[in-house]
Design a protein around this ligand. Structure first.
Ligand code: NAD
Length: 272
């Protein structure tokens, strides 16, 4: 799908979790609309492929590996973006994980999910909780804090946090994940008011069910995928990652200058 054209020429964007899924689609859409892009995730092989695609479009891209939960690694991504790409105008906090398990196991009851969701029958642990909070929430905090001084000094910036429909809508066996996305939404609103004086817009894009490697047990099985889409989505299909990238480039562009603290949901009608 060809994204709508927004003029991002001369801008530099940083995308976390940019090697695949929604992050990859955002990085490519930002570049297709004129931006140079700094690409980060923990491993570099997929990032290098995205970099090559961006360079084919005539834009610049750099690959800087980092774990979003490690402050020094996050700072290194921001420092290298500024020194090698010469600026930083747009941050897309996209990296995230998903864990699907009951909070407490019920020995008297077996869910159909246990047949295909990995580790569904093992108890939800404190480590599961910490990993979700660290990657989905602390990662957003660390990257946002690291880009803050530069965006505040230039008195302009666009921060786009990838939340989820699960910030609004309960999903069973994913209460902890829902909590992380609710936290991202609330963080976005608080910071939107705090940084409005610096002309920095802070918004969320909340995807609905999107075909990425996040839920392989659904998307890798065409039959299960078809049934799940029919049962859960008014439009009867899941989103393509490119459809999530379109509001991201709108929020990255000057056309959204009057929008801050908002969440735009792209969900085929799930929240309707
Ligand atoms: P994905 O698994 O394809 O991509 C997630 C990316 O995050 C990967 O590149 C991964 O390497 C990276 N990542 C994970 N942990 C990391 C860490 N500690 N440090 C650095 N990078 C890390 O999944 P996706 O569907 O593209 O997910 C992107 C975002 O969209 C996530 O925040 C997810 O919660 C959100 N989302 C996805 C859906 C969906 O249906 N796919 C729905 C709602 C929200």
């Amino acid at each position: 799908m060809e994204p709508t054209r927004f003029d991002l020429s001369g801008k530099t964007a940083l995308v976390t979790g940019a090697g695949r899924g929604i992050g990859r689609a955002c990085a490519l859409a930002l570049a297709a609309n004129g931006a140079n892009v700094s690409l980060t995730a923990r491993t570099t092989s997929q990032l290098e492929e995205v970099k090559a695609e961006i360079e084919k479009m005539g834009r610049r891209a750099i690959v800087v590996p980092a774990d979003v939960t490690k402050r020094a690694e996050v700072q290194n991504v921001v420092d290298r973006t500024l020194s090698e790409l010469g600026g930083l105008d747009i941050l897309v906090n996209n990296a995230g994980i998903y864990t699907m398990k009951p909070l407490v196991q019920d020995p008297t009851w077996t869910s159909g999910y246990s047949k295909f969701v990995p580790n569904f029958d093992t108890p939800f642990t404190e480590e599961d909780w910490d990993a979700l909070m660290d990657i989905n929430v602390k990662g957003v905090f660390l990257f946002t804090q690291a880009v803050g001084p530069h965006m505040m000094a230039q008195r302009k910036g666009k921060i786009i946090n990838i939340s989820s429909i699960d910030a609004e809508h309960g999903l069973k066996y994913a209460a902890a994940y829902c909590a992380t996305k609710g936290a991202v939404k609330a963080f976005t609103k608080g910071l939107a008011r705090e940084w409005v004086r610096y002309n920095i817009n802070v918004n969320c894009v909340g995807p609905g069910y999107t075909e990425t490697p996040l839920f392989p047990w659904v998307y890798d099985d065409p039959e299960r995928s078809k049934i799940a889409a029919k049962n859960n989505v008014p439009m009867g299909r899941f989103a393509k990652p490119e459809e999530i990238a379109t509001p991201v480039i709108y929020l990255a562009s000057d056309l959204s200058d009057y929008v801050t603290g908002e969440s735009i949901y792209i969900d085929g009608g799930v929240l309707a």
